[in-house]
Design a protein around this ligand. Structure first.
Ligand code: NAD
Length: 337
């Protein structure tokens, strides 16, 4: 049985990465579209064989409540709209997949979790790397001590941001590189250790004369200290390209570059004095289809997704502490909630 997905927001990620992947899915199908642009609805409805009755505008979005073909609503909107649409979807009785960052504040994440819980529905965040074979292996090796107990993690994520887009407008993005791409460094440090950081120290470097950075930050260097003693040195940037992480243990290291890209992951392991690439077979299902099917499987079996709302909330807690640290110029301690 395939569960029906409605995609909300027909932008670049939804149309180029997610919608074409439903053909690979075993438990998920695309059944409905939500967009503010009628021409996009017409175009993608034709392309994906979606009946006109399953096409919605933002104004009539809440009518999805009356459409039993829709089981799951996938929110692929600008960050500051995630909370509102996730909560409206939950109130319409639907399970929710929401893109990263889950929302733009801890308070919004908590409201989303409460709404889904109150409706008795699942909530999952689009952390696709958790369904990608190299990242899955890296987690297993790092946590299993394959290169000895982890001492240090470095994680770098960035790209050179094009001007004039919602990502550079704080009202829509909630913040700069950290919200969009630095979150991959943070999330990796958390999934490679399986721990929550105790403290964060962050330094911002932003050229405020660059018109791209009137309301959002460019670069943040941040250090996380974990309970086991592991230190993660992380980079988030909107002015240079990075996509890597390294797990350094007492007996060697695991290198990933690119680490969290859409494809083309490369892993190198140093252990027992030898440095060798690790090549995995191409999986039958892409990370995108794996992510879509995971939520469907969790709904069907009534299980909690491995990247439920609580995971998105955990990242936002650290992001708020990172922003506080760079504002106040000091190390911030994360209190256990
Ligand atoms: P995009 O700009 O290509 O798409 C955003 C969509 O939202 C557009 O279709 C736009 O028309 C619509 N929209 C509705 N109201 C809007 C408003 N008020 N202002 C601007 N746009 C509005 O962006 P995108 O790259 O597709 O990103 C969408 C979401 O997906 C973001 O939260 C982003 O972080 C996430 N994303 C995730 C990944 C990933 O690998 N997991 C990759 C890219 C983007």
């Amino acid at each position: 049985h395939k569960l029906g997905y409605a995609i909300v927001g027909l932008g670049s990620y939804a149309t180029k990465q997610i919608m074409p992947r439903f053909v690979e899915c075993e438990h998920s199908q695309l059944v409905a579209l939500v967009s503010g642009t009628p021409a996009k609805l017409t175009r993608y409805a034709a392309e994906y064989n979606i009946p006109a009755a399953n096409c919605y505008s933002y104004a009539d979005f809440d009518r999805i409540r009356d459409n039993p073909a829709i089981d799951i609503v996938y929110i692929v909107l600008p960050n500051s709209m995630h909370a509102e649409y996730s909560i409206r979807a939950a109130r319409a009785g639907k399970h929710v997949m929401c893109e990263k960052p889950m929302a733009v504040s801890v308070a919004e994440c908590q409201a989303m979790i409460a709404a889904s819980r109150g409706a008795g529905r699942k909530l999952m965040i689009g952390y696709r790397s958790r369904f990608e074979p190299y990242n899955k292996l890296a987690i297993q090796l790092a946590r299993g001590g394959h290169v000895g107990p982890t001492q240090l993690i470095t994680a770098e994520h960035g790209f050179n941001a094009q001007p004039n887009q919602w990502r550079l407008d704080r009202a829509l993005s909630g913040g700069g590189s950290m919200m969009d791409i630095g979150i991959y460094s943070l999330n990796a440090a958390r999934y490679l250790t399986g721990e929550e950081p105790l403290t964060v120290t962050a330094v911002e470097t932003t050229d405020r004369t660059d018109p791209r950075f009137r309301t959002v930050e460019d670069r943040i260097d941040f250090t996380l200290k974990f309970p086991s003693g592991v230190i993660a040195n992380c980079l988030s940037s909107y002015s240079s390209g990075h996509n890597s992480y390294h797990v350094i243990g007492t007996e060697g290291y695991i290198d990933m570059e690119p680490a969290t890209s859409y494809e083309g992951h490369r892993m190198t392991i140093r252990r027992d004095g030898k440095t060798e690439p690790r090549v995995l077979p191409k999986p039958a299902k892409s990370q995108f289809a794996g992510q879509l099917d995971h939520l469907s499987e969790c709904v069907l079996a009534d299980r909690q997704p491995i990247v439920a709302g609580e995971e998105g909330l955990a990242d936002l807690r650290v992001i708020e502490a990172i922003y506080q640290s760079m504002r106040e110029g000091r190390t911030v301690r994360l209190d256990r909630a």
